[in-house]
Design a binder for this molecule. Sequence first.
Ligand SMILES: C[S@@+](CC[C@H](N)C(=O)[O-])C[C@H]1O[C@@H](n2cnc3c(N)ncnc32)[C@H](O)[C@@H]1O
Length: 200
Amino acid sequence: MDEHQQTASNTQQSRRRQFTLFASNFLKHPKMLGSIIPSSPFLVRRMLSHVDWERTRVLVEYGPGIGTFTKEILRQMHPDAVLLVLETNKDFVDYINGAFSDPRMQVVHGSAADIQQVLNERELGAVDYVVAGIPFSTLPDVARENILDATRQVISPDGTFLLYQFSPNILPSLHKTFSQVTREFEPMNFLPAHFYRCRP
Ligand SMILES: C[S@@+](CC[C@H](N)C(=O)[O-])C[C@H]1O[C@@H](n2cnc3c(N)ncnc32)[C@H](O)[C@@H]1O
């Protein structure tokens, strides 16, 4: 096997390991993951195209899974920016810590519901963008409302909450919580995704 074939084979093995980790966790916690396959590059690109990378200094990601968005955020974000990642699944926390070593990223094993406390502990100010794909439709009403309220409170006045979901059921809660909600749809994903941009 020449060097090129070896690199291609390593990449394939790494993809297979990522898929297995994601799929096996979906089988264990289907309601917490919401999808058996990570987001497509089309969805990642579309959501992140709305980020103003030049002015952004604090980003938060809820539920990175195996880092489909994380990788692209780290690639594009400013050298002085901070990415705070909150993930409830310990397997994914360990994976993210192993796969991405970047001093700009802080990984927390915890829930999006605790965002205010985590920001305070780390003395991080108002957030420019929160990026999320946690499955809100499987959460109890109170938990969903708590996360949305906490998110609105931590986002700076000109910041944005970028969210994708596989059903539009979240829309009334988004309208109740945020002053402005813009909808888009991305068909090129394993489960076609509804995508929302929300201003506080
Ligand atoms: C559909 S997966 C999305 C994974 C990845 N962001 C992607 O787009 O491929 C949802 C992720 O949210 C995580 N999650 C679910 N509830 C959460 C919560 N309350 N706080 C933080 N993460 C949560 C799950 O463990 C899972 O990693």
